[in-house]
Design a protein around this ligand. Structure first.
Ligand code: ADP
Ligand code: MG
Length: 320
C-alpha cells in the first residue's frame, strides 16, 4: 500500500482544471488550432477516470499540459493540490504518464530499464522499488530478458512500470490498450484495477467505449476542446435517456438515408442501429419512417443504451 502525503488544500481532488485554454501557434505567427476551450474539470482522488472524445478532441493536449510538454494559453491546473504554474516540478512529480507509443529501450532488460529511470527521477539506490514494480507489472520472470524479446503486452506493462518508479499518486494512460488484442487487454485492465486498489488515481483516455464502461468510475466526454459531460459511469448510462432501435434489413442501404441525419446511427452488415430519445419519439414512429424511406425491415428489437450509444448521441447532439 502506497502512502501519499496529503497537502493542505484541494484534498479531494487529484486533478483540477480551471478554464484551461490552449491555442496552438499556427503558421506565420497566426493563431492555430483552438484545442482546449475553457475546460473546467475535477478528477476526484482514488477513482479510475475516463477521458473520452473523438480524435482531435483535445485529450492529449490536456495530458501534455499536465505533463509540462505543452504550454497552456490561459486558465489554471493543479495536480494533487500543486498548481502547475507555482510549482511545475512538484506538479509533474505527482503524475506518471504512460504514452501511447511503445518507446522501449530494446537492448535493456526490464530490471535495467526500471533502475535507470529510477535514477533519472533521482530515486536513491536504497529506495528503488524495482523488484516490487516488476512484481506489480507481472514481469518478474522476464526481469533479465532483453526488452526486444518481450511481447507487445509485456512492453506495455513495462511502460506502466516506468511511469510508476517515482511512486506518483496519479497514473495517466493515453490510449493504454490501442492495438492490443482482447486477452491482453483484459490483463492490462486487471493491472490498472490493482494499481487503483493500491491507492493510485488513474486517468485514462480511450476510444474503446467498452473499456471505459468496464474500468471507469467516472467519465468525461470532450469534443472540440469543450466538455460535453462529466458524470459517474452509472449516471451517464442511466441518465442518457436514449434507447437503441435495431432494425435487421433485407438489404443494407448503400448510403444512410438523409431522413436519419437527426439520429445517431450505425450500420453493421444488415443491422441498422438508430439511437433515439423515447420521450421525444416512439419506436413505432421511427419504424414508419424507416418504411417511408423504403427500408425493408425483417426484424426489430430495442436495446438499452451502452456507453457507445450514449457517446454517439452526445457527440451527435454537439455537432448538430
Ligand atoms: P486528441 O488527443 O483528443 O486526439 P489532441 O489533443 O491531440 O486531440 O489534438 C487536439 C487538436 O489540436 C487537434 O485538432 C490537433 O490537430 C491539434 N494539435 C495537437 N497538437 C498540435 C500541435 N503541436 N500543433 C498544432 N496543433 C496541434
Ligand atoms: Mg490523443
Amino acid at each position: 500500500m502506497t502512502d501519499f502525503t496529503t497537502p493542505a488544500h484541494d484534498v479531494d481532488y487529484a486533478i483540477r482544471l480551471d478554464r484551461l485554454d490552449k491555442i496552438y501557434r499556427g503558421k506565420d505567427g497566426k493563431p492555430g488550432k483552438h484545442a482546449l476551450k475553457s475546460l473546467t474539470l475535477d478528477v476526484p482522488r482514488g477513482c479510475i477516470f475516463g477521458l473520452l472524445g473523438p480524435n482531435g478532441a483535445g485529450k492529449s493536449t490536456m495530458i501534455n499540459i499536465l505533463a509540462g510538454t505543452v504550454v497552456k494559453t490561459s486558465g489554471a491546473a493543479s495536480v494533487w493540490g500543486v498548481d502547475i504554474d507555482d510549482n511545475p516540478r512538484q506538479a509533474r512529480a505527482n503524475i506518471g504518464i504512460v504514452p501511447q507509443e511503445l518507446n522501449i529501450d530494446a537492448y535493456f532488460t526490464p530490471r535495467e530499464t526500471l533502475d535507470m529511470i529510477s535514477g533519472m527521477f533521482g530515486v536513491p539506490k536504497a529506495e528503488r522499488r524495482v523488484d516490487e514494480i516488476l512484481e506489480e507489472i507481472g514481469l518478474t520472470d522476464q526481469a533479465h530478458s532483453y526488452a526486444r524479446t518481450l511481447s507487445g503486452g509485456m512492453r506495455r506493462r513495462l511502460l506502466v512500470g516506468k511511469a510508476m518508479v517515482h511512486q506518483p499518486p496519479i497514473l495517466i494512460l493515453d490510449e493504454p490498450t490501442a492495438g492490443v488484442d482482447v486477452a491482453l487487454r483484459q490483463k492490462l485492465w486487471d493491472m490498472i484495477r490493482e494499481l487503483n486498489r493500491n491507492g493510485v488515481t488513474i486517468v485514462l483516455t480511450t476510444h474503446y467505449l467498452e473499456e471505459a464502461e468496464a474500468l471507469c468510475d467516472r467519465i468525461a466526454i470532450i469534443n472540440h476542446g469543450t466538455l460535453i459531460t462529466e458524470a459517474s459511469t452509472e449516471d451517464l448510462l442511466k441518465g442518457a435517456g436514449s434507447k437503441t432501435l435495431v432494425l435487421t434489413l433485407e438489404h443494407p442501404p448503400q448510403t444512410m438515408p438523409k431522413a436519419l441525419d437527426a439520429f445517431a446511427t450505425s450500420l453493421d452488415g444488415n443491422q441498422l442501429k438508430i439511437t433515439y430519445a423515447p420521450d421525444k419519439m416512439a419506436a413505432g414512429e421511427l419504424l414508419s419512417r424507416a418504411d417511408a424511406m423504403g427500408l425493408k425491415v425483417v426484424d426489430v428489437r430495442t436495446e438499452e443504451p451502452n456507453l457507445e450509444d450514449v457517446f454517439l448521441t452526445l457527440v451527435h447532439q454537439d455537432e448538430a
